[in-house]
Design a protein around this ligand. Structure first.
Ligand SMILES: CC(C)[C@H](C(=O)O)[C@@H](O)C(=O)O
Ligand code: SF4
Length: 469
């Protein structure tokens, strides 16, 4: 009998091409997603050395960060830097024979929403992209790494990546989530618990009753933000929900091939008795809706809480940095979270821009109106999410409530396109990062779930979604 292995160990073992004495490995890469921000120099590197893309059919390119989300986006991109990046991806994809979804393609969207939607993301695969939130794909039981631009070039040329194995960490979420508490609240609570460096050097596997109960969308939200906890990647073992989600997706295996694939995918779970270097356990039943108050995703508190007082922190550096965060956020210790008024609402991103997220929002805002002091936008994560939402009439609910209904892209998740906060504006956002300037110069971001963002849009301040009528 071989030693019991974790899910991470199994996927890793299946992809090692070569191992050096110091543990450096060459890993085979099954899928490579490419977007416009981190790929231009990589393609240029290939061009300069006369190399080709080794496996174009394992590579998929899509524009997301720089594309405008306004209805007139077919008129082109005004910002020159953004326009150049988008044009470069179109040209590189054509030149190197890589499939490419342009802004006018219905399949276009945020790269981490597009991969799963197309069945490009499958269990047991190694998946990379020059983007930190590649961890999203771990929701399918795929080992998904974010990589840098020089690694993008390496993968394009060789379909391999140089890696050292990370440690195994288990985050087990037991119990049943209370009503209105979501996957977003789970992952914010986990990051609050372990800190933004808590997962450093580890691959985190998420398990437990509360994780198993989540939809694929919810699992993607969890894995998406693994990177904010400092981990190399996040993983969730595939199960019937995973197989159901994959069935019928354009690039997924079909018929006999699917049956064979599922037989293999069923082996992708951690063996009884396998070793984890670190274990963290949370009780889902105790989780409230969560709101971030600072400029790091670990700065989180219950919606029923108050802005914390950094003076209570022992460590001097940490104390100083949290005071700085409060100053940036324009908040005072002791302020009730539900007393914080907001100016903007952003619903979207690769964390919460999927159809299920939009359905949650529609439930909250149906028949209500956005507060007059708030400007709120909903940005579907892909053209297919948009199409589905419209087929269900969700867009009508949103527009009737006063939301701006946009075209797909990263949008106001980060200030790389026209959607951004003005200095001092405060935003309830369903995205994953609340860093200084993330949504625009001097903009103030509070990370929340889609339902919490929607309720805040209507109320004009944070409210406990559990009390929502
Ligand atoms: C622009 C890109 C490289 C970046 C990332 O790596 O994640 C972005 O997607 C982000 O979310 O900050
Ligand atoms: S939606 Fe945000 S987090 Fe996701 S890839 Fe785009 S910029 Fe990065």
């Amino acid at each position: 009998m071989s030693a019991p292995r974790t899910l991470y160990d199994k996927i890793w073992d299946d992809h090692v091409v070569d191992q050096q004495d110091d543990g450096t490995c060459l890993l085979y890469i099954d899928r490579h997603l490419v977007h416009e921000v981190t790929s231009p120099q990589a393609f240029e590197g290939l061009r300069m050395t006369g190399r080709k893309v080794r496996a174009p059919q394992k590579t998929l390119a899509v524009v997301d960060h720089n594309v405008p989300t306004s209805p007139d986006r077919h008129l082109g991109i005004k910002n020159e830097e953004s326009r150049i990046q988008v044009e470069a991806l179109a040209n590189n994809a054509a030149e190197f024979g890589v499939e490419y979804y342009s802004a006018s393609d219905k399949r276009q969207g945020i790269v981490h929403i597009v991969g799963p939607e197309q069945g490009f993301t499958l269990p047991g695969m190694t998946i990379v992209c020059g983007d930190s939130h590649t961890s999203t794909h771990g929701a399918f039981g795929a080992l998904a790494h974010g990589i840098g631009t020089s690694e993008v070039e390496h993968v394009l040329a060789t379909q391999t990546l140089i890696q050292k194995k990370a440690k195994n960490m288990l985050v087990r979420v037991d119990g049943v989530l209370p009503d209105h508490v979501t996957a977003k609240d789970i992952i914010l609570a986990i990051i609050g618990e372990i800190g933004t460096a808590g997962g450093t050097g580890h691959v985190i596997e998420f398990a437990g009753e509360a994780i198993r109960a989540l939809s694929m969308e919810g699992r993607m939200t969890i894995c998406n933000m693994t990177i904010e906890g400092g981990a190399r990647a996040g993983l969730i073992a595939p199960d019937e929900k995973t197989f159901e989600y994959i069935k019928g997706k354009p690039r997924a295996p079909k018929g006999e091939a699917l049956e064979q694939a599922i037989a293999y995918w069923k082996t992708l779970h951690t063996d009884e008795g396998a070793h984890y270097d670190r274990v963290v356990v949370l009780d889902a039943a105790k989780l409230p809706p969560i709101v971030s108050w600072g400029s790091s995703p670990e700065d989180v508190i219950s919606v029923q809480g108050v802005v914390p007082n950094p003076d209570e922190i022992q460590d001097e550096n940490k104390r100083t940095s949290k005071w700085r965060a409060l100053d940036y956020m324009g908040l005072t210790p002791g302020t009730k979270i539900t007393d914080i008024a907001i100016d903007r609402v952003f619903i979207g991103s690769c964390t919460n821009g999927r159809i299920e997220d939009l359905r949650e929002v529609a439930k909250v805002v149906e028949g209500k109106t956005v507060a007059p002091t708030v400007s709120a936008m909903i940005v579907p994560g892909s053209g297919l999410v948009k199409e589905q939402a419209e087929a269900e009439g969700l867009d009508k609910i949103f527009k009737a409530a006063g939301f701006d209904w946009r075209e797909p892209g990263c949008s106001m998740c980060l200030a790389m396109n026209d959607d951004r906060l003005k200095p001092g504006e405060r935003c309830a956002s369903t995205s994953n990062r609340n860093f200084e300037g993330r949504q625009g110069f001097k903009g103030r971001t509070h990370l929340v779930s889609p339902a919490m963002a929607a309720a805040a849009a209507v109320a004009g301040h944070f409210v406990d979604i559990r009390d929502w009528q």
